[in-house]
Ligand binder design. Structure first.
Ligand code: UDP
Ligand code: MN
Length: 274
């Protein structure tokens, strides 16, 4: 009996307790089939990474679009980014808007700057969201490559609620959609109509990428930035777990102990109306 009991205790301590206390995902992928790391909580040492990136004095750009009624999201977005996004590093916010007069003046920590660029808007929200990639690629060669080493592109209807740091940076990276990280690729809702710009063939599409994506300027060839299908044909060198783009619609998940960057709930009809 005693040896049975000891074996049971060993099992408990070695395998079960760590699961409860450390919440390390054990049955999610940590590396993609093309050997890009998937960034999960607990897989990196931020102090080592920070030291490495400080040595290189990296400058990180964060692009965000706030057109029409979406300007209401900007203040919370920037304020939470000041608390959680790349703290201690050089950060350039690039805000694109059609309503520069509605952009509040925000105080930023040392080493961080914000500039506002006026852009024209479109009537249809689909055109607004599609036009973002075009504006980003136009600005790549004109400004970004001179001003930043990495560029992060985010939706504005989001808030940072936990650390998002240099662990996300890589040549080309993207976050997995929170509803899809365990899903089979047949369930992906990627556009399937062949004539659409976002078309992804049925048996392709490795993960379902979303709301937060980025490029290091070495990899940032303006003509390749055009579409989000980019990630299908040019595999990301790092993939971010859903911690990095969470939606409370999915509630909570044992796999996602920290929700680092979270969708703000919005009234779609009202916010997208003129
Ligand atoms: N956007 C905007 N004004 C609009 C529609 C969209 O500024 O009228 C920008 C904004 O940055 C937003 C992004 O496009 O976060 C994507 O649109 P949305 O967040 O509505 O898409 P969802 O996340 O709901 O798929
Ligand atoms: Mn959004």
């Amino acid at each position: 009996f005693l040896s049975f009991f000891c074996a049971f205790l060993t099992f408990l301590f070695a395998f079960l307790l760590p699961l409860f206390f450390f919440h390390l995902p054990t049955d999610v992928m940590m590396v993609t089939p093309w050997l890009a790391p998937i960034v999960w909580n607990g897989t990196f040492d931020i102090d080592i990474l920070n030291a490495q990136f400080h040595k290189r004095d990296v400058h990180i750009g964060l692009t965000v679009f706030a057109l029409k009624k979406y300007t209401v999201f900007l203040e919370n977005f920037i304020e939470t980014a000041e608390k959680y996004f790349m703290v201690g590093h050089k950060v350039h916010y690039y805000v694109f808007t059609d309503r520069p007069q509605d952009i509040p003046s925000l105080s930023l920590a040392e080493g961080r700057t914000l500039d506002v660029t006026e852009v024209t808007s479109y009537k249809r929200w689909q055109d607004v969201t599609m036009r973002r990639m075009q504006i980003i690629s136009e600005n790549c060669l004109q400004r970004f490559i001179f001003e930043v080493d990495y560029l992060v592109c985010a939706d504005v209807d989001m808030i940072f609620s936990d650390h998002v740091g240099v662990e996300i940076l890589s040549d080309v990276f993207a976050a997995i959609h929170p509803g899809f990280f365990q899903a089979n690729r047949k369930k992906f809702t990627n556009e399937r109509r062949p004539r659409s710009h976002g078309f992804i063939p049925k048996d392709e599409g490795d993960y379902y990428y979303t709301g937060l994506a980025s490029f290091c300027h070495n990899a940032m060839m303006a003509d390749k930035v055009k579409k989000w299908r980019y990630f299908l044909y040019y595999k990301p060198t790092k993939v971010l777990s859903p911690e990095y783009v969470w939606n409370n619609y999915y509630g909570s998940s044992v796999y996602v102990p920290s929700k680092r960057f979270v969708h703000v709930e919005k009234d779609y009809v009202r916010i997208r109306s003129d």
